[in-house]
Design a binder for this molecule. Sequence first.
Ligand code: NAP
Ligand code: ZN
Ligand code: ZN
Length: 353
Amino acid sequence: MFARMANVKAWGTPAAGKPLAPMSIERREPGARDVVLEILFCGVCHSDIHQARDEWSGARFPMVPGHEIVGRVARVGAAVTKLTVGELGGVGCFVDSCRACGPCREGFEQFCDKGAAFTYNSTEMDRKTPTYGGYSAQIVVDESYVLRVPKGLDPAGAAPLLCAGITTYSPLRQWGCAAGTRVGVVGLGGLGHMAVKLAASMGAKVTVLSGSAGKEADARRLGADDFALTKDRGVFDKLANTLDLVIDTVSGAHDYNAYLRLLRTRGTMALVGLPTENASIRPGALIGKNKRLVGSMIGGIAETQEMLDHCAAHGIVADVEVIPVDAINEAYERTLKSDVRYRFVIDVATIKR
Ligand code: NAP
Ligand code: ZN
Ligand code: ZN
């Protein structure tokens, strides 16, 4: 039996930058279209750290982070048809949206004109009820915003697909990654290692650009053909004008102009990493060869399902370090030092104890 919805065990933070600690939260009793997930695993995204420390400002506390959620369906409302009790379900970065606006109808629910209900640090669409994320024992979500986790995917390794996976799959697809495309991946962390696996599965030739010399062997094992250590400034001359598509996953301030130089004529650099600092772009870095600089934010529900199905077809999950929840504060520190191979995932059984 699951705990009363009013007293769900969770880990979160009471205020910006405070350590995460045990807390209790309320979840609604499931309605006719709701699914109750007993959470099994929740990935630790760098965005959790940005938000728990209020680095993007406007954060709501208390905060229970976590938007890479895989759980087992424990209960379903009477009208639910998408999932049945006992199956695995996934929840990513948002749990609802208006369903009526242009972006919602076009499958871009994350850009809902009314503002999507994000999985945490947000509210439900009533704009009053706070949302709490996946560092918790259970979550209650409308079936339309729950993903089917295909059989055969390891549940711990599948959890990071719900954010790191879709965030890199979407720009690869949008900007034409296919057999023979020369893709550069900047930063080999949670997002970066998924970008490498996914681009390689689409037949791309992948170059990893990393600040960590110790990651070369991993980059090649993950599917990269080439590895460039960015501390060696010579690599920027060597790789100039060679890449069709660059996916920049870096979480901290860095010089975008140096990476734009690596694009061939009419190439595209897609930013997914979200540092807090303003960036300086030299217009000539774009104008010289009609280059494009674009951004990309997660993906809609249909595209997220497509990504999960692609991962199942290609045998792709994240490389994870599964941790007990009481290691979460240390995991944040290690993530900040680029010391994670390549995603921490909380074993949510340790929250329920
Ligand atoms: P992560 O696991 O910490 O990986 C980031 C990697 O970037 C690090 O492993 C490191 O790779 C490199 N790096 C970090 N700081 C750097 C610096 N100052 N200069 C150069 N390289 C640096 O983080 P993540 O979970 O992949 O998230 C990455 C970023 O994407 C975060 O800002 C996060 O908020 C954002 N994000 C955006 C979306 C979206 O929808 N657009 C979704 C999820 C996350 P090397 O060791 O290889 O250098
Ligand atoms: Zn994320
Ligand atoms: Zn909408």
